[in-house]
Design a binder for this molecule. Structure first.
Ligand code: ACO
Length: 701
């Protein structure tokens, strides 16, 4: 990767003397950014491009080429790549469009194969180039003028990425790198993250994503990277329509948004709603030190803006320092009689610049106050120009030890101060919500960093026994387990199931019900009927022999009417489960992230309430407890209105078991326990219904 970000020499294949061409612009940007390495324009028709000697092909170049940028039409690209291989080029950036994104998958694969055969790596195709501050290299066809700094941007959308060049410049946001991944034929986000985490210039990484390919590797990489650097992600396709647009735009399927959101949080990644929000966060994260704790102090010269900041703090998870005695003592000296030392510390509109500076200094000195939110409303009492100096000085004194965010509200002079300080790299905002949200992002990242890294202990799962159960079903060409097979699998996993057995006729059914003890449940057993309730194949709460006999006859009749050719193998007689808190535990092979596990409020309302959370599997108990606490209905498990706390420990154990099963057995595509009835603490839980889907017989065998 070093050769991609810091090449000693760059060839531009398709370098042109025509300013309307992409190849012209790349050479112009390399020169304008004062790239210190050697530039080799490649063009069969010109001897010189922009005053630099040009070559008819890379093989005609005498010196070594670390990086070649390809900017010639798609049908000419393969040949050029082959020549690069022969020349010993190390990295390729293929700008050219017209490959897998428009269905031309074969040509793209050929390019990858040729590149691999020569040991070359490829960024793209379908990218805008690459910017790297470590080598003053603007090898893009963007508008130029990128400010060097400490934010690395990796984007899946080329157009958005190239537009970010101008936007970041206007916003005075300095970049360490700007890369688009395009079709990800070889290099993907995970590869780039591996490099950027080691890059000393990069303090924070911003990702723009549309779809996830090879999500399991991305998860593994992000988990490591976020332990060292902040990562902010914007993923489009949040809405159903957006997801469809993203899928058609990039040719890769956008993953379900809920899964993406939860998995990113699991990895310690901060998810921003919009590009603007991401810019705000990275601006602050790139320069702010990590706090020592969560307690923040709002210092303001305006009451209203202070209240807004308090609301924003609640919204973005920023805790406010609350020891009233200490607050009073700390700020009494600078506080006018009619001011308030409660947090927000309101110095009032009468505050002088000096009072303001002293207040911020007091926050810095107080060890239990971990960060500051400095707010300012323009007044006539305050010399705004003098204010710029106070902010600059405060930022400098805070910069080593405590985070500080600024929000200034006022007219033209205030706006000028904001622009001036931003240019100096000071995180300063016009809107109070933007300022507090940025501090909230830092706090979230800090919480993740302060939490211990989970050591995942694998539970003892008898995988061969699981596979034997699947094989039996596969032999009958079934991709799902019947109820008694699912019960067998639950037994292997040690999941508590209601007592049950399969009766082949009415006499056996009566005998079994008496053995189990009334009340019982009866369910049809037929490989031809998957949705038993829809077929009238389920009868609940049967309290005696008579009800059981009636139910048996009714079930057989309904199922015959529902599917006349269905082979009915018998009925399952099961213990009637007593009511508990109905939860759902599931695991599946997610199209983006691979094995994932889910927990939530279960029962028949699961689809309506959608109170579920996901994690990439496998997970340990620590993450399982976090999942349980993450659902909105968590209070039901803690016990409401004097109820006892429920058996959360059993639920956590079951979540971890399913997460390991789905990881160990990739042939299982879905396993779901719904409902899992959870009882009072110590009384366990019962898996009322277990459904298992798996892929065809070949994989199982
Ligand atoms: N080696 C070197 N140079 C060559 C070769 C070769 N084998 N063959 C042709 N050339 C020269 C051409 O003569 C031409 O130079 P000239 O202007 O001096 O005549 C130059 O290379 C370019 O070739 P053209 O045929 O003129 O191609 P053009 O520049 O019009 O288009 C491009 C090439 C830009 C790669 C185009 O095919 C393409 O894919 N455009 C889309 C790029 C894109 O958008 N990428 C995604 C970025 S992200 C986003 O969405 C913004």
């Amino acid at each position: 990767m070093e050769y991609l970000f810091s090449p000693r020499s760059v060839a531009v294949i398709g370098a042109s003397t025509n300013p309307a061409k992409v190849g012209y612009n790349i050479v112009a940007n390399l020169r304008a950014a004062a790239y210190p390495g050697v530039i080799y324009p490649i063009n069969p028709k010109s001897d010189e491009v922009q005053g630099i000697r040009a070559y008819p092909s890379v093989t005609a170049v005498e010196g070594n080429i670390d990086l070649a940028l390809v900017s010639i039409p798609a049908h000419l690209t393969l040949k050029a790549v082959e020549e690069c291989g022969k020349k010993g080029v190390k990295h390729l950036v293929v700008i050219t469009s017209g490959f897998s994104e428009v269905g031309n998958i074969e040509e793209e694969q050929k390019i990858v194969e040729v590149a691999r055969s020569y040991g070359m790596r490829i960024l793209g195709p379908n990218v805008f180039g690459i910017y790297s501050a470590s080598k003053s290299m603007d090898a893009t066809f963007g508008p130029g003028g990128i400010l060097p700094g400490n934010v690395a941007i990796v984007t899946q959308s080329g157009a958005l990425g190239i537009a970010m060049i101008g936007k970041t410049a206007v916003e005075s946001l300095g970049l360490s790198a700007l890369v688009s991944v395009g079709n990800k034929s070889d290099i993907d986000e995970a590869d780039l993250l591996e490099y950027l985490v080691e890059d000393p210039l990069t303090h924070v990484i911003m990702l723009y994503m549309e779809g996830v390919k090879n999500g399991a590797r991305l998860v593994e990489t992000l988990k490591r990277v976020t332990r060292r650097k902040h990562v902010v992600v914007i993923k489009s396709g949040r809405s159903k329509r957006g997801a469809m647009a993203a899928a058609s735009h990039t040719g890769s399927l956008a993953g379900a948004d809920g899964v993406f959101d939860d998995v990113m949080r699991q990895c310690g990644v901060l998810r921003a709603e919009s590009v603007q929000e991401a810019f705000n966060w990275v601006r602050f994260l790139a320069s702010a030190p990590l706090p020592d704790g969560e307690a923040s102090v709002i210092v303001t010269n305006g009451g209203g803006i202070g209240v807004l900041a308090t609301d924003a703090s609640e919204k973005y998870g920023v805790e406010l320092y609350n020891d009233q005695q200490v607050l009073k003592k700390t700020f009494s000296e600078v506080m006018p009689d009619f001011g308030s030392s409660k947090n927000p510390v309101d110095l009032t509109g009468q505050a002088s610049a000096d009072d303001y500076a002293k207040s911020l200094a007091a926050v810095l000195e107080q060890p239990d106050m971990h960060s500051a939110i400095a707010l300012y409303c323009e007044t006539g009492m305050f010399d705004t120009d003098q204010f710029a100096k106070i902010l600059r000085d405060s930022h400098a004194s805070f910069s080593k030890s405590k985070p500080i965010v600024f929000s200034l509200f006022g007219g033209g002079r205030v706006e000028a101060v904001i622009r001036e300080l931003r240019r100096e790299g000071i995180p300063i905002f016009g809107d109070v919500y933007e300022a507090v949200a940025s501090l909230g992002a830092l706090q979230q990242s800090w919480r993740h960093l302060s939490s211990s890294e989970e050591q995942i202990e694998a539970p003892d799962i008898d995988v061969p026994a699981v596979r034997r159960i699947l094989s039996k079903a596969a032999a009958e060409d079934r991709g799902f387990l019947l109820a008694h097979e699912a019960a067998e699998l639950a037994d292997v996993l040690g999941l508590p199931m209601p007592q049950s057995s399969v009766a082949r006729n009415l006499d056996e059914a009566v005998e079994m019900a008496q053995d189990i003890g009334y009340p019982v449940v009866m369910k049809v057993v037929s490989k031809d009927i998957v949705h038993k309730s829809d077929a009238g194949g389920v009868a609940l709460d049967l309290v005696n022999d008579k009800e059981l006999i009636d139910a048996y006859q009714a079930i057989v009749r309904s199922c015959r009417a529902y599917k006349p050719n269905a082979v009915i193998e018998g009925v399952e007689i099961a213990e009637m489960v007593r009511p508990g808190v109905e939860t759902i535990v599931g695991a599946r092979q997610d199209p983006s992230f691979g094995p994932t596990v889910m927990f939530g409020l279960g029962g028949i309302y699961v689809e309506v309430m959608k109170d579920v959370v996901f994690r990439a599997a496998p997970i340990g108990l620590q993450t399982a407890y976090e999942m349980i606490a993450d659902v909105r209905s968590y209070p039901l498990l803690l016990g409401v209105r004097g109820e006892a706390r429920k058996d959360i420990d059993t639920v956590a154990t079951m979540i971890t078991k399913l997460s390991h099963l789905i990881s160990l057995c990739p042939e299982i595509t879905d396993i779901e326990i719904n409902p899992l009835a959870v009882y009072d603490h110590g009384d366990g839980a019962k898996a009322v219904d277990v459904r298992v889907l798996f892929t065809g017989s070949k994989e199982v065998e």
